[in-house]
Structures are given as structure tokens and as C-alpha cells.
Design a binder for this molecule. Structure first.
Ligand code: NAP
Length: 299
């Protein structure tokens, strides 16, 4: 039977994958840090030797962008050394590795949306360590698919949408950055994409070639103009107003990155151009998925 190893099952992308992969006739092993710590070489080797996966989906990561600035050793271990160990084991078994990366590998100085081949130049520790992870995979493995994505939200765990919902319950001003643009991405879309890649790989239909793909939930907008975090927050509160009276968004205040002063520097432009993947797997519209997530959360 076709064997899939899913790493990082407790994360928002991991949970979305788990929800969507259950009905496939595959032998799937779901792990997280308590059962497979990707920075533990012996544990990684043991799991690969006993399970012998055909395909590995790495949905794990050190994703706290600000904390990474003063926790760089751990961030590098999870985002770079872990993928290195996975690449070595996938190479030994001839398995395909699907790995997630980020728009934070870019410095945001481009005027246009970023293409897969654009030159990376990360501004922060998270972006640097994610880029190192990509580089290890590309050095030690030929069968890989790296999905670069951005601003992931979902009904699971903590993300920008759930944070805004929490803040909406406090009657205090909510300051949101208005000079960084990017594209929100629904975790369920990423999960549907990896399931489609897994099916394609099993059937050897060759729709997906090995390499890098940008992917964000910008299906209805081929202009790739993106939105700011402030625009995203306004969309969340607009949706929330359908469930609660009282104009939840009235406390929103747009501020510049300088005024917000977060620990990590973030790219001003984090928009990913998804032209390469669109003909194979059409991304959906994040606004439609936002509606879905808020409906679930408010139910
Ligand atoms: N979230 C975004 O906006 C975003 C944007 C672009 C790219 N990505 C990438 O997409 C992937 C999934 O993101 P996500 O938002 O689903 O992340 P997430 O919710 O933070 O989940 C990451 C999971 O990885 C686990 N993990 C941490 N260290 C580990 C280790 N050493 N071994 C095994 N598992 C470990 C975490 O466990 P603990 O919670 O116990 O630490 C958590 O369950 C990541 O590679 C991330 O870099 C995310």
C-alpha cells in the first residue's frame, strides 16, 4: 500500500491535512514533535526505517517569527537541520518530500509579485532558517516539492483570524500594520493541494514536476496586488459584523511598520505570483474561505 508520513499533525496545516487525507485508501502515519522530533537524527532514522514512506509531507516548523529573533538556534534546528535530516532519509528510500516554505525568504523590495526564481534575501531569522531548509533539501534530494506560501489562516490553532476574533472581544483599540502587503492563504487549500500532489505521484501522471511552487489563496485575482494586514483585519471584522451587532471593526487603527515596531523585520511586499501552479491546481479566493472559517468559529 502507498505509504505517507505526515509530520507536524498538530499544526494548522497538519490538522487541515489530517481532515482531508482520512478518506484516501493510503497507509498514513501522522506524527508531531512528541512522536517524531525532526531535529532528532536517531528518531528520524528509526521512523523512516520502520515505516518506509513513499511520500513525506513536512508540515512542521518553527513559525513564531518574532520569538525566532532571540531563539535562533532552535529556529535553525527545526527549520533547517530538521529538513536536512528528512532530505537525507527521503534520498535513501527514494521518497518524495513535500515541504512548506514562506514568502519571508524575500526582502520585499520587489515592485511586483515574487516569482519562484526570484533571488531570496531574508530580512529575519525565520526567513533565513526557512531558506536554509530549502537549500538543504535542494542539495541532498532531487524528488522534492517545496510549496512557498503566505499568511496562513484556518479554523485550527492560533493565526491572524483567531487573534482578531479574540481581540474583538476586548473593548480596546486594535493596531494593525497597513504598509505590508501579502496574500492570505487558507490551510485547507494547502491541504487539498498536497492531497492532489500525493494522488498525482501515486498515479505517476506527472502533472506536478519536482521543484518550487508558490501558492496562496488568491484564485480570483490574477493581478497579484495582495492586501495589507489592515485590509485583512477589515475583511475579518466585516464578516464578524454579520454575526454580532455593534460594528466590531470600529476599534481598528491602521499603523505603519515603524509605529508597530515588531521584534522581527518583515518584508513590505510578500505577494507571491502563483502563475506556475494555477493551471495545475487553481487556488481559491481567501475571502470565500474567510467566510467559511468565521462561520465555523461563530457556530
Ligand atoms: N503560518 C503561516 O502563516 C505560514 C506562512 C508561510 C509558510 N508557513 C509554513 O507552513 C508550515 C506549516 O505552518 P503552520 O502555520 O501549520 O505551523 P504551526 O501551526 O506552527 O505548526 C507547526 C507544527 O510543527 C510542530 N513542530 C515544531 N517543532 C517540531 C519538531 N522539532 N519536530 C516535529 N514537529 C515540530 C509544532 O509543534 P509545537 O506547536 O509543539 O511546537 C506544530 O505542531 C511551516 O513549515 C511554516 O513555516 C506558514
Amino acid at each position: 500500500m502507498y505509504r505517507l508520513l505526515v509530520i507536524g499533525q498538530e499544526g494548522q496545516v497538519g490538522q487541515a491535512i489530517k481532515d482531508r487525507i482520512q478518506d484516501q485508501c493510503w497507509d498514513v502515519l501522522f506524527t508531531d514533535i512528541d512522536t517524531l522530533d525532526i531535529t532528532n537524527a536517531q528518531q528520524v532514522e528509526n521512523v523512516f526505517k520502520s515505516f518506509r514512506p513513499d511520500l513525506v509531507i513536512n508540515a512542521s516548523g518553527y513559525t513564531d517569527v518574532d520569538r525566532a529573533e532571540y531563539d535562533a538556534v532552535v529556529a535553525e534546528s527545526v527549520n533547517a537541520y530538521g529538513p536536512y535530516l528528512l532530505a537525507l532519509q527521503c534520498h535513501n528510500l527514494g521518497a518524495l518530500l513535500i515541504h512548506f516554505s514562506t514568502e519571508y525568504i524575500f526582502d520585499g523590495h520587489n515592485h511586483n509579485a515574487y516569482l519562484e526564481a526570484d533571488r531570496p534575501a531574508p530580512l529575519n531569522v525565520y526567513g533565513r532558517t526557512k531558506l536554509q531548509g530549502e537549500q538543504y533539501i535542494k542539495t541532498y534530494l532531487s524528488r522534492y516539492i517545496i510549496i512557498r506560501t503566505s499568511w496562513v489562516f484556518s479554523e485550527y490553532g492560533q493565526n491572524f483570524v483567531t487573534t482578531m476574533l479574540l481581540l474583538s472581544r476586548k473593548n480596546a483599540p486594535i493596531r494593525v500594520v497597513n504598509d505590508q502587503v501579502g496574500c492570505p492563504t487558507y490551510a485547507g487549500d494547502l491541504a487539498n493541494l498536497v492531497v492532489d500532489i500525493a494522488k498525482d505521484y501515486q498515479a505517476a501522471t506527472g502533472r506536478y514536476r519536482f521543484g518550487d511552487y508558490n501558492f496562496c489563496s488568491d484564485g480570483d485575482n490574477d493581478r497579484y496586488s495582495g492586501v495589507s494586514w489592515f485590509d485583512f483585519a477589515c475583511a475579518i471584522f466585516e464578516e464578524l459584523d454579520k454575526y454580532q451587532s455593534g460594528e466590531q471593526g470600529r476599534n481598528l487603527i491602521g499603523v505603519t511598520s515603524v509605529e508597530y515596531a515588531s521584534i522581527a523585520t518583515r518584508p513590505k511586499n510578500g505577494i507571491l505570483n502563483c502563475h506556475k501552479i494555477s493551471p495545475i491546481f487553481r487556488p481559491s479566493d481567501w475571502r470565500c474561505k474567510l467566510r467559511h472559517v468565521i462561520a465555523i468559529t461563530m457556530a
